[in-house]
Design a protein around this ligand. Structure first.
Ligand code: ADP
Ligand code: XUL
Length: 524
């Protein structure tokens, strides 16, 4: 029975999902994750990343390669899988992060020794040892320079889908080119995390896919090609250093001989990798109007499909369907929730009881900006409490989670307009009490999906879609996602009407506070 493999290399770990599809069967047959901190302690990460000075946040690209190697070993050894039936592979990765390869990389990738582990063989290929990732907020200066060169932040947004943003790849590349010109000169390729990992599987340069390419401030959103203007405003000779942009569903190679020999895997078709959010758009089955997806991962994101770009959303990306997607991203997601939980010494079930005990927190609000925030832009980190202090554990926990849900619901209006229901995914989506707050705040039903990692599922579904197209079957997206992403009544959380009006009032209060306390001159 045909198998399709999807990876998701997120901030904190690597997940792989294998789906089995034929005429009568559609099911997930493998779903496992590795956690970077726990399973790869030798890289010294905290939440998958390494915090530096002045807002710098990076991660070792060798760690991602190591995780890929270990996961493929597990897949190859899995008793449940007939790996010979593996037809196609795709993946997704945290967006915006970049990997810098030197001119020797191509040759090293072509001559990998299947008897040896992958990561040590890559030790000579990087022109920059660590990759800047989406949590990095160190490029405000470069954002302003790019905006100035292109006629203002609005012009950059009209061209690339987003104003210059600190975490986006273009400003990150500019900073590297200016501050480390020798290392930049020794860079032959700048990959996204997604296209880097795809290249490791194919042993050749993988293309960048338009969904993830939209998170760079470098791609012309409409024609889905590099914008030469944006490239010029960013760094010298950048065009020669970027891989081509190719359609999301265009097969670009096969699983390389290294992996075939190392783990006795077949020459499965390689489908371009995308970003975790565009991939989740597929993995949550968002192919309808008036539905918005909320991902409660390391970041919290809200996104929805749209056929035309425009409107007030802070980011417009290309979707892997060829349409567009609106997105907002909150930097203070699961890490902030996890931190307050630990600070007040509670397990998740105790957090749930607190949320249920006193919805609305007696009107006490918190702006949940434990770290610098991206929506709205807030450079100065720190929780802002109104009407309580840090010693009141219950109010702090409710204040943070309710504050996050109020922010998500308020900003969702820019992403999707009117909303009939919400699909929720990501690590925190298993927490029903959080989903109840979300349903009460939105005032609509919230559905959790069977498969919690919608990015990896989306990648497996994209692999299936591309392989079917290549085989001459004009398959629709509805047919692709059917049976995997249908909201189940048992997973529905409905708003409690007793609380909806109260939260509607709190949403207005929260929006006012946010306006008062956000940065006056936002970068992004
Ligand atoms: P990412 O894909 O961004 O790496 P995940 O979507 O896997 O992240 O989510 C990981 C997060 O899920 C953890 O940081 C953790 O705080 C959160 N999480 C796990 N279990 C729960 C729970 N029961 N309630 C709330 N949050 C949870
Ligand atoms: C989106 C964003 C994050 C990362 C990590 O713009 O920065 O959601 O993709 O998940």
């Amino acid at each position: 029975m045909p198998l399709y493999l999807g990876f998701d290399c997120s901030t904190q770990g690597l997940t792989a999902i294998v789906i089995e599809i034929d005429r009568d069967t559609r099911r997930v047959v493998f779903n496992q994750s590795l956690n970077f901190d726990r399973d790869f302690p030798e890289y010294g990460t905290n939440g998958g990343v390494i915090y530096g000075v002045d807002g710098e946040v990076q991660a070792p690209p060798a760690m991602w390669a190591d995780a890929l190697d270990r996961m493929l070993a597990t897949i190859a050894q899995s008793a449940e899988l007939e790996v010979d039936d593996l037809r196609a592979i795709s993946g997704s990765a945290q967006q915006h992060g970049s990997v810098y390869l030197n001119p020797r990389a191509q040759e090293v990738l072509r001559t990998l020794n299947p008897a040896r582990k992958l990561a040590p063989q890559l030790s000579t290929i990087f022109s920059r040892a660590h990759s800047p990732v989406w949590l990095d907020a160190s490029t405000g200066k470069q954002c302003r320079e790019i905006a100035d060169a292109l006629g203002g932040a609005d012009r950059v947004a009209a061209l690339t889908g987003s104003p210059p943003c600190e975490r986006f790849t273009g400003p990150q590349i500019r900073k590297f080119a200016v501050e480390q010109p020798t290392a930049y000169a020794d860079t032959a390729r700048v990959h996204l995390v997604s296209s880097y990992l795809a290249s490791l599987l194919a042993e050749r340069d993988a293309p960048i896919e338009p969904g993830d390419g939209s998170g760079m401030n470098l791609m012309d959103l409409r024609d889905q090609q590099w914008s030469l203007q944006a490239l010029d405003a960013t760094a010298p000779d950048l065009a020669a250093r970027l891989p081509p942009i190719r359609p999301s569903w265009e097969i670009f190679g096969t699983l390389s001989p290294y992996w075939q020999r190392r783990y006795a895997l077949p020459a499965a078709a390689m489908v371009p990798w995308t970003g975790d959010n565009p991939s989740s758009l597929i993995g949550t089955g968002i192919i309808r109007d008036r539905v918005v997806a909320v991902s409660l991962g390391t970041s919290d994101t809200v996104f929805a499909l749209t056929t035309e770009p425009g409107g007030p959303s802070s980011h417009v990306f290309r979707a892997p369907t060829g349409d567009f997607m609106n997105l907002v991203c909150f930097r203070n997601g699961s890490r902030a929730r996890e931190q307050v939980r630990i600070d007040y010494g509670l397990e998740w079930d105790a957090v749930a009881r607190l949320l249920e005990k006193n919805p609305g927190n007696d009107g006490r609000l918190m702006l949940p900006w434990l770290e610098a925030e991206s929506t709205p832009h807030v450079a100065h980190a720190g929780l802002r409490r109104f009407g309580f202090d840090r010693f009141d554990g219950e109010r702090n926990i409710r204040g943070l989670i309710e504050g996050q849900m109020l922010a998500i619901a308020n900003h969702a209006a820019a992403v999707a307009g009117a909303i009939d229901h919400v699909i929720v995914t990501g690590g925190a989506s298993v927490n029903r009490a959080i989903l109840q707050v979300m349903a009460n705040v939105f005032g609509v039903d919230v559905y959790r999906l069977d498969v919690e990692n919608s990015a990896a599922l989306g990648a497996a579904l994209r692999a299936y879609h591309a392989e079917r197209l290549a085989d001459g079957e004009a398959i629709s997206w509805k047919a692709v996602v059917s049976g995997f992403t249908d909201p189940q009544p048992g997973h529905r959380v409905s708003p409690n009407l007793k609380h909806v009006a109260m939260y509607a009032e709190l949403r207005r209060d929260y929006a006012m506070l946010e306006t008062l306390h956000r940065d006056r001159a936002p970068i992004c």
